[in-house]
Design a protein around this ligand. Sequence first.
Ligand SMILES: [Zn+2]
Length: 73
Amino acid sequence: MKCAICQNGSTTEGFTTLVLERDQTIVVKNVPAQICSNCGEEYVSSAVNRDLLSRSQKEWEEGILLEVLNFAA
Ligand SMILES: [Zn+2]
């Protein structure tokens, strides 16, 4: 797809690392994303986003201050 940020590049399938912050910080590695080859903007699909939020919910409830998750695992 065409990048919405730079209007110039196109995106390719790749993996990114996301950081979710509330009171705690959760780092999620290997998140599938579309990444712009020009500016590096990352697009995470809404399905992946939902999955991320439901997974991180458990960590938040446990009160872990810093957690590193591997999305692909
Ligand atoms: Zn771009």
